[in-house]
Design a protein around this ligand. Structure first.
Ligand code: GDG
Length: 507
């Protein structure tokens, strides 16, 4: 146990590829807005008002005049400070778009044929991880807990050890960890495993990911001893001890449920349905990414319309696609494929007064997102592979009237938790997904309610605070409460304009 005096001063230091903010340039002026994505949704409520530190890239490769003043003013609002890691255009290209997103991302999602194993990417990955480590080393105090996130930064712990930083360090992988026969394709497989074992605790989303990692370590690393059972295993290599655990990530359930019940959200939800009267609405919300299985989903919807013609005119798919990584050619091609499929389906089936797919290609405000969650009768969450998938959990939390059916890919981490009450599908089985869409639409209200109530309870009990507490307890035998709350803070959500204000209470 850390002594009480130490506890008072220690801070939680979160390190992620990007800061939870987005820098935007309009003409010559820079502004800051909140970032989105799974990692930000999950971690922002954890650090808020804890007086900690979030280290990452602020999102611009050019010098931004007044950046530190901007960051300081945001810090005042959020109750934690920022440490910026500056990246050059070349680093961004090779480390972020290259190694992280052309190698690790596809490989860890079982899509090895999409990998581009360029050795220049690997060199840049090591250089940039070392750059992060230097910024961390300059900011941290000995009692701080350093918590590094995700696949971009697997070597940061090792670089910190080289710099003689002996603080406790944890690492959490937000994406899946692949099986041995896929992982061994990585030319730098030994280096990555050894680097990960420099952390005191290595956390994965599911037991399956942890099992894959353990099998890779046992097979590829000499003189390793892994023992223990339950959620966390102990691993010894020479004189180094680490722990390896499964910690399924979650959301701030109460906050989602509370915001979903706000007047602004109810009004927007009402208008969405009013504009599409007597329709059964199916919702898809995905980042533009080939792992999210958007083309498969559209094919399944088309098949459902062909197999069950009685659905025509009665069912609408609202598909939100959030732009992401468009500088990578494969993402641009994916966008073209989605555009083509939506065009084909709408071209073929549209009738007077009914368009089968409402396609939104942009990010939406939190109010709008919650309104879609609340008003749509079915959510179609069908990634080909996903670390967890928070959209599924958010849909449940926002279903405040306990209605709604969740169709869920068996290859999303969240399926382990919600499998009994969601309708599980194999996203590659287009006919099977089409049948399940029909089953969801025709499910009676009583069964819907029973299933949704159980899923909501599961997400409520296993919320983001439980996740962070279990990670911290395993790592340092303390929970989030040992990082003192700086101020009492109760976020309010009233209008859409509130959401548009950068760094409002939702971040
Ligand atoms: C990675 C892993 C894992 C999306 N569009 C908008 C918006 N979002 C928010 C959602 C949700 C988040 O982004 C997406 O989270 P996911 O979990 O679905 O996916 P990734 O971004 O791929 O996240 C994933 C996660 O990390 C956490 O560990 O679950 O498996 O891939 O929170 O609500 N939010 C707003 N407007 C949008 O248009 N406001």
């Amino acid at each position: 146990m850390i002594a009480e005096e130490q506890t008072k001063n220690h801070r939680l230091v979160i390190v992620s590829n990007r800061l939870p903010i987005v820098l935007k340039k309009q003409k010559n002026d820079w502004t800051l807005a909140q970032g989105s994505g799974g990692l930000v949704t999950a971690l922002a409520p954890v650090l808020k008002n804890r007086g900690g530190l979030w280290i990452g890239w602020p999102g611009a490769t050019e010098a931004v005049p007044g950046l530190s003043d901007m960051l300081n003013s945001v810090s005042d609002t959020l109750g934690y400070t920022f440490g910026a890691v500056n990246l050059t255009e070349a680093e961004l290209k090779k480390f972020y778009y290259g190694f992280s997103n052309e190698i690790i991302w596809p490989l860890f999602h079982d899509l090895q044929t999409r990998c581009n194993f360029d050795v220049e990417y690997w060199k840049s990955y090591l250089d940039v991880n070392s750059k992060y480590a230097n910024v961390i080393a300059n900011c941290v105090k000995p009692d701080d807990y350093i918590w590094v996130h995700d696949y971009h930064l697997m070597s940061v712990g090792k670089e910190l050890r080289k710099l003689k930083i002996n603080s406790k360090m944890g690492f959490f992988l937000h994406i899946p960890f692949p099986a041995l026969d896929i992982f061994v394709k990585l030319p730098w497989r030994f280096e990555i495993l050894k680097a990960l074992l420099e952390y005191d605790l290595i956390g994965f989303q599911t037991l399956r990911d942890r099992r894959n990692f353990v099998q890779c370590v046992r097979t590829l690393i000499k003189d390793v001893n892994i023992h223990g059972k339950g959620q966390v295993l102990n691993c010894r290599v020479n004189d180094r001890e680490s722990r390896i655990g499964a910690f399924p990530i979650s959301i701030d359930y109460n906050e989602f449920a509370r915001q979903a019940g706000a007047t602004a959200v109810s009004e927007k939800a009402w208008y969405i349905h009013e504009d599409l009267p007597r329709r059964h609405l199916i919702l898809g919300v995905d980042r533009l990414d080939y792992t999210k299985g958007i083309p498969n989903k559209l094919e399944a919807f088309r098949t459902a319309l062909i197999r069950y013609p009685e659905l025509c005119g009665k069912v609408t798919l609202i598909q939100i696609v959030v732009p992401s990584r468009e500088d990578i050619p494969e993402y641009y091609e994916l966008k073209e494929e989605i555009d083509r499929l939506v065009g084909e389906i709408n071209g073929k089936f549209t009738q007077s007064g009914w368009v089968p797919i409402h396609y939104i290609f942009r990010s939406v405000s939190r109010v709008e997102l919650l309104a879609y969650y609340r008003t749509c009768e079915t959510a179609l969450v069908t990634p080909l592979k996903d670390g967890m998938n928070l959209v599924a959990k958010e849909f449940c939390a926002a279903s405040v009237d306990e209605s709604g059916v969740l169709i869920l890919s068996e290859f999303a981490g969240v399926a382990t938790q919600l499998q009994k009450n969601a309708l599980l599908v194999n996203p590659y089985d287009i006919e099977g997904v089409a049948e399940t869409i029909y089953k969801a639409i025709t499910m009676d209200k009583g069964e819907q309610r029973t299933r949704m109530r159980k899923m909501r309870r599961s997400v409520r009990e296993n919320n983001i605070f439980r996740w962070v507490d279990s990670f911290l307890r395993t790592s340092i035998e303390q929970d989030l409460n040992s990082f003192p709350l700086v101020a009492d803070y109760i976020p309010q959500i009233k209008t859409d304009e509130d959401i548009a204000i950068p760094f409002n209470t939702l971040l």
